[in-house]
Design a protein around this ligand. Structure first.
Ligand code: PNW
Length: 566
């Protein structure tokens, strides 16, 4: 249980992970279940919104149908090597032609809500209200009618990454005029669709638009020429555009349409890599502050947070610039943006471990944050490299939002897990993921008093997973792409999610144990922890015994990255 350094005459003994492990077995006189991993039985509020989600570019197809304009993702996908296997969304899941099928599978799931997004270039081909494409609006009218007829309430996102290419041709989010263009588009959608919609979301995950679209360039429009400045300009215009759309709704439509409107922000949760180092705590805090706070702070508290402002300003001045690379809001703008929310829309998938790193002269969002993140190797793998299963982080993130942003009502607008490789409809890993994550949401609600109003599983069906193409599958329904009819085939998790939603006593997750000691709806997930190891790339699945050879995760005595002994 101890490593002995035979090259050192003192023969020093260093405890291996097994020593810490055995120490705890002795201390606990056995194996008590950690509180955090115990199932909590109980119910969400009566009117809890149980939803599942999709987005326009990922499912609709019909890329040139009936007068639709092109989006930046159409152009990006048609450029060589931007998407894995050169996949394109030209047809995707053909949802443009499959309203009935999509509503049928939503009914099968028994969700009360469905989150989808509007393709801006489908309704406004050149992005402006100078030319309205009635056929495009008609598609969304029909979809809304079909949903309402099935007693499913829509949650509608105005922007889920498919900017009209015509707007990008004029600088896209980098051009201030974007703010007015988005306001006009939002105004038109409220006017034409608003009588049927009670939940609006302005932007999905602005950080991905800013950083991946205009920083790293891995997402459309694929710009990476100014990672130190462009993401901040994009973020700034995005925040202002969100606020204008909220005000239009508030001033012109709220009284008669009686809906709610906000933004969806995404964030990982972050723990210190070494819980005994203050620097790692500070780094972990910066991760969430830069990720979520970049957008949440101006909208919920007013202006960018001090941590974000100070770090970017200091690093800008140190590099010899006359002022911060982060744009400033005027006092009027701070007032105009603050409070433009009716709920907190949250997308969450995974957690990370953080430690500080000085990036030197490197100028980028990551360098400003000054953090490197890793995963705890006991967290299970999934079909996406960035996504590790760490359910506890969702409860912590919900508490962070409650404490930092004034205890807002929270709608979880995405949470889910992927697989890749061979198709296996018995997706018990997905049941496992949902059971554990939803139970953490229940704990946040019942034990911590977080005001959670809804939960949305990503995704309704397998779809175009952005730069990963069709290779990573998040769906409840498998879409058979070798059949030209693109049939939606239920995976095992359809039954699982339906049972969570409709557990015996109503809208509850965890209605109480059955004879076996587990609630009936969780039976199928118990074997999944074993299977989930095999989800990644061939060879990526790890055997539990290979994890944590050298030192306790996060309590690494050497303070270096954890490495395998071999
Ligand atoms: C979200 N990451 O995007 C999006 O809103 C969805 O459209 C997407 O399909 C889903 O999550 C699953 O990926 C993300 O690399 C994409 O950290 C990538 C990351 C996070 C969110």
């Amino acid at each position: 249980m101890h490593h002995v350094d035979f090259t050192n005459p003192d023969r020093p003994r260093t405890p291996k992970y097994s020593a810490h492990f055995y120490y705890n077995v002795i201390k606990d006189n056995g194996f008590p279940m950690p509180d955090d991993e115990k199932m909590l039985y109980g119910h969400f509020r009566e009117d809890f919104m149980w939803s599942t989600a999709s987005s326009a570019y990922q499912i609709e197809g019909g890329w040139r149908a009936d007068g639709k304009g092109l989006s930046i993702w159409d152009k990006f996908a048609h450029s060589p090597s931007r998407i894995l296997n050169d996949d394109v969304g030209d047809i995707a899941c053909d949802s443009y032609n499959k309203i009935e099928e999509d509503v049928a599978i939503l009914k099968q799931l028994k969700v009360s809500h469905y989150r989808f997004s509007i393709s801006w270039p489908r309704v406004l081909p050149d992005g402006t209200i100078n030319h309205i494409n009635e056929a495009g609006i008609n598609y969304y009218q029909k979809l809304l009618n079909a949903l309402l007829a099935a007693n499913i309430q829509p949650q509608v996102t105005l922007y889920h990454w498919d900017l009209p290419q015509a707007i990008e041709d004029y600088g896209g989010f980098l051009n201030d005029s974007f703010v007015k263009l988005f306001r006009d588009y939002a105004d038109l959608m409220f006017d034409r669709l608003g009588s049927k919609v009670k939940i609006w979301i302005t932007f999905n995950e602005p950080i991905m638009v800013a950083n991946h679209g205009y920083g790293f360039g891995g997402f459309a429009p694929g710009i990476n020429s100014g990672p130190d400045t462009l993401p901040y300009i994009v973020g700034h215009n995005l925040i202002k555009a969100h606020a204008e759309a909220w005000h239009v709704y508030n001033d012109k439509y709220r009284a008669k349409q009686n809906g709610k409107i906000s933004i969806t922000l995404n964030s990982d949760w972050s723990e210190p890599r070494n819980p005994y180092r203050q620097e790692d705590y500070d780094a972990a805090r910066r991760v969430v502050e830069f990720y979520l706070g970049w957008f949440a702070h101006p909208i919920f508290n007013g202006d960018y947070s001090e941590i974000v402002k100070t770090r970017i300003r200091d690093r800008s001045l140190a590099a010899g610039l006359p002022h911060s690379r982060l744009p400033e809001f005027t006092p009027e703008e701070i007032k105009r943006v603050k409070g433009t929310h009716d709920f907190f829309g949250l997308n969450h998938y995974t957690s990370v471990l953080a430690f500080p790193v000085d990036y030197g002269d490197d100028a980028s969002f990551d360098a400003d944050k000054g953090v490197v993140t890793v995963s705890d190797r006991v967290w299970l793998d999934t079909g996406s490299v960035w996504l590790k299963v760490a359910p506890f982080g969702l409860r912590k993130l919900l508490n962070f939002i409650k404490e930092q942003y004034g205890n807002p009502p929270i709608i979880i607008t995405e949470n889910g897990v992927s697989e890749k490789g061979t198709v296996d409809l018995n997706d018990v890993h997905r049941n496992y993921y949902y059971e554990k994550y939803i139970n953490q949401v229940l704990k946040a609600y019942l034990l911590d008093g977080v005001d959670v109003r809804g939960y949305t599983a990503w995704s309704l069906m397998d779809n175009l997973e952005w730069a990963a193409g069709f290779s990573e599958r998040f769906g409840f329904f498998y879409v058979n792409r070798s059949d030209p009819n693109l049939p939606r085939v239920p995976k095992n998790s359809v039954n699982f999610y339906t049972k969570v939603i409709k557990s015996p006593t109503g809208s509850a997750a965890g209605s109480g144990p059955s004879a076996s000691g587990h609630p009936s709806w969780m039976e199928s997930s118990r074997v999944s922890a074993i299977k989930i190891w095999r989800l990644g790339e061939p060879g990526a699945g790890r055997d539990v015994s290979a994890v944590c050879r050298v030192c306790l995760p996060r309590v690494c005595t050497t303070g270096t990255l954890m490495v395998d002994i071999e």
